[in-house]
Design a protein around this ligand. Structure first.
Ligand SMILES: *Cc1c(COP(=O)(O)O)cnc(C)c1O
Length: 464
């Protein structure tokens, strides 16, 4: 063993081996030498454990360890996965995916300087928010707009800017936890706003709001019930119903919409008021996520009255949640497509997946199952329900078609599911009652071929 250790070459000698010639054009010698050192330590361990006893294979062992280490280390850990769950806005899988146009816009700007804060007309300093303000004005009817890092930041910013040291009225039915321990009462507290709870969990009346208004009232806050529903003996006051009271008492309404929709989904059975409808009805300020129903990048979009947005723009906290140019470029690309509401339904992946017809899903299921059949894998086609996910449309079921594989002789569903997840391009499926389910809603046609190839390799490997 000692003898074998002595046969291990010095790091700089190993680096000179012809096997490293190619990779030395990609990485620096110092990085490679660090990697070779790690490669040596693995080989030493193998010698100690008696797995390597042949002097002639020491070099090749070190070389192969080093290449494996580099390949593993250089592979981004954040990577593409195939979403076969049918959940369109899957929080664990990154919520909304970008449209082609948003992606192109982002790509064009990524390695270039831009006029982010330069007004090209005047040559003077501009504002990063101006680039999307006109678009948002047209799409929502707002007077002014602002974008921050995410909607959680928007909520905190709005509350601290407009209600610090003053009361914000919220119905007890809307004191929600959004996820990741982001709770409305705590956020209010954190932002220095004084929470004035009104009504009860199941019922809040207009007089509850009216009775709560006093000299120190800054806002009436509505919070979208994004991730829960209250059924039965209930009463809530909609934002629209609050408008006359708001006008009479001169207390502005802020609506945390969560997943604000710019697209009108009513024709597709989704009853979600659009941001434009809410602004038209008189809501003063609204905030919503960029990567929920909008189908764009992560962001918190604030729209509403100029007077209020001006106050928010002056708040110190804005700087801490300032939106990045890459987000803005993807958001602008996303919003531009909304100028044509017919086309955005096709081009925006989120809207497209949420409004795709059952017939189309059935066709997709038939095609994919045919492709699997050619690889000797027989799925049954079943109707199921998909979810929108990501804290949006909690009680809405979307009828869909899926391919279903049951546990059977020689194959184990849990094992296949794990292997699919461990795959080079991880494939994420649903499992229910020991059945593997792939919902066609979120599987892109362009991924069919790859899905079938990868799946069948794993399936047939597993079966043997
Ligand atoms: C999702 C959600 C948020 C948080 O938005 P992010 O963009 O995830 O930060 C805030 N409020 C409501 C009602 C939500 O549904």
């Amino acid at each position: 063993m000692k003898d074998l250790f002595r046969k291990i070459k010095k790091v700089d000698k190993l680096l000179q081996l012809k096997e490293f010639e190619g990779i030395r054009e990609i990485y620096s010698d110092s990085y490679l030498m660090d990697s070779i050192k790690l490669g040596i330590s693995i080989t030493r361990k193998k010698i100690t454990e008696g797995q390597l006893t042949d002097e002639a294979s020491i070099d090749s062992s070190i070389i192969s360890n080093t290449f494996k280490l580099i390949t593993l280390e250089q592979k981004p850990k954040l990577q593409k996965v195939l979403n076969c769950t049918g959940t369109v806005l899957h929080t664990n899988l990154g919520r909304a995916i970008l449209s082609k146009k948003a992606k192109e816009n982002l790509y064009l700007l990524a390695d270039q300087y831009s006029n982010l804060e330069l007004n090209l007309d005047t040559g003077k300093r501009g504002s990063r928010y101006d680039h999307i303000t006109d678009l948002l004005k047209k799409l929502t009817g707002c007077e002014d707009a602002l974008v921050v890092n995410n909607n959680a930041a928007a909520v905190l910013l709005i509350l601290t800017a407009l209600s610090k040291g003053k009361e914000s009225i919220v119905s007890r039915g809307e004191l929600v936890e959004i996820g990741g321990s982001f709770r409305i009462p705590n956020v209010m507290d954190f932002g220095g706003a004084i929470l004035k709870e009104v009504g009860t969990t199941n019922k809040t009346h207009l007089f509850d709001y009216e009775d709560a208004i006093n000299k120190n009232t800054a806002l009436m806050v509505k919070v979208h019930n994004s991730n829960y529903t209250i059924n039965g003996f209930t009463k809530t006051i909609t934002a629209e119903e609050l408008v006359p009271l708001s006008k009479k008492k001169r207390v502005p309404i802020y609506y945390d919409l969560g997943s604000g929709a710019l697209f009108d989904f009513t024709a597709y059975g989704i009853n979600e008021p659009t941001v434009k409808q809410l602004i038209t009805s008189g809501v003063d300020i609204l905030s919503f996520s960029g990567d929920k129903l909008l189908g764009g990048p992560q962001g918190g979009i604030i729209v509403g009255k100029k007077k209020l947005i001006d106050i928010i723009k002056k708040n110190q906290f804005l700087r801490a949640v300032r939106v990045d140019k890459l987000t803005l470029s993807a958001l602008e690309g996303t919003l531009l497509e909304y100028l044509d509401m017919e086309k955005v339904r096709i081009d925006n992946p989120t809207i497209n997946m949420l409004t795709i017809s059952l017939e189309e899903l059935k066709e997709k299921a038939l095609l994919l199952s045919q492709m699997f059949k050619q690889e000797a894998i027989v799925f049954s086609i079943k109707k199921i329900n998909s979810l929108s996910g990501g804290g949006s449309l909690p009680d809405k079921m979307f009828p869909s078609y899926s391919l279903v594989l049951a546990d059977s002789e020689g194959i184990s569903i849990p094992k296949i599911v794990d292997k699919l997840r461990f795959n080079t391009i991880p494939i994420i499926v649903r499992v229910k009652d020991n059945q593997l389910i792939m919902d066609l809603r979120t599987i892109k046609d362009e991924d069919f071929k790859m899905l079938v190839a990868e799946f069948s390799r794993i399936y047939h490997g597993e079966k043997l």
